[in-house]
Write a protein of this length. Structure first.
Length: 236
């Protein structure tokens, strides 16, 4: 009986010892798992923070480049319109050691040369050329043919010219002479532009009788002779 109790006691002690060892091992395993989870969380958090920082740096660099390009285009446009870059009210930049050093060592780097103003193109003045006398004109207002001799029975005698750079309000005129005596003066003020097109004047028997002799006609632009007089004759 005594041996039985001793045996039972030994069995209980053994079971208790085994049971205590399993609980400690389980505690260590639980702590290890907890630490592993925490380390994974810390690693993930650090990785996300690094990625966000990299994206922020990339965004700032992109915006800086964009602002720089816009500033260059603005300066070019301002100069093209006759402005001086030095007068553009740019905002004052933050102090920078490298920028200060560059300005002190090479001041010419901050100087922008002002382009010479281009000459303003001047429109060519109005002109009359290819002046001829004719017996008539066509549908295009140009002479049907050059004629330098007319009879006193003619109804009309035309003078035709090509006009260039004639703007509305320009006074065109024709002065007719028999020998050296002026016998007629006609003017025409178009209200439309004329360029590389024909214009004409004519004289008839109501302006002056077609007396045989030497005649000439002088075309004018705004009262100024447009070219040398054009001569013709009238026969009996």
């Amino acid at each position: 009986m005594r041996r039985t109790w001793i045996g039972l006691l030994l069995v209980l002690v053994g079971v208790s010892a085994c049971s205590g060892q399993s609980s400690a091992e389980m505690t260590l395993v639980s702590q290890r798992d907890t630490l592993a989870t925490q380390m994974a969380f810390v690693h993930e958090t650090a990785t996300i923070g690094t990625d966000r920082l990299a994206m922020t740096v990339e965004y700032v660099e992109t915006e800086t480049d964009r602002v720089s390009v816009q500033g260059t285009r603005l300066a070019q446009t301002y100069v093209a319109r006759g402005g001086v870059v030095g007068t553009i009210p740019f905002s004052t930049p933050l102090p920078s050691t490298s920028a200060t050093s560059q300005a002190e060592t090479s001041p010419e780097a901050t100087t922008v040369s002002t382009p010479e103003p281009s000459a303003i193109p001047t429109e060519a003045p109005p002109a009359l050329y290819n002046i001829v006398t004719s017996a008539g004109v066509g549908s295009n207002d140009c002479a049907t043919g050059q004629v330098t001799s007319f009879t006193s029975s003619m109804e009309q005698i035309y003078v035709v010219a090509t006009a260039s750079n004639v703007v509305p309000g320009t006074e065109l005129g024709a002065r007719w002479f028999m020998e050296d005596q002026e016998v007629a003066h006609h003017t025409f003020v178009p209200d439309f532009p004329i360029n590389q097109e024909c214009i004409w004047f004519y004289i008839d028997q109501t302006d002056a009788p077609f007396t045989p002799g030497n005649w000439h006609v002088q075309l004018e632009v705004n009262g100024v002779p447009a070219a040398t007089p054009v001569s013709f004759i009238i026969t009996g």
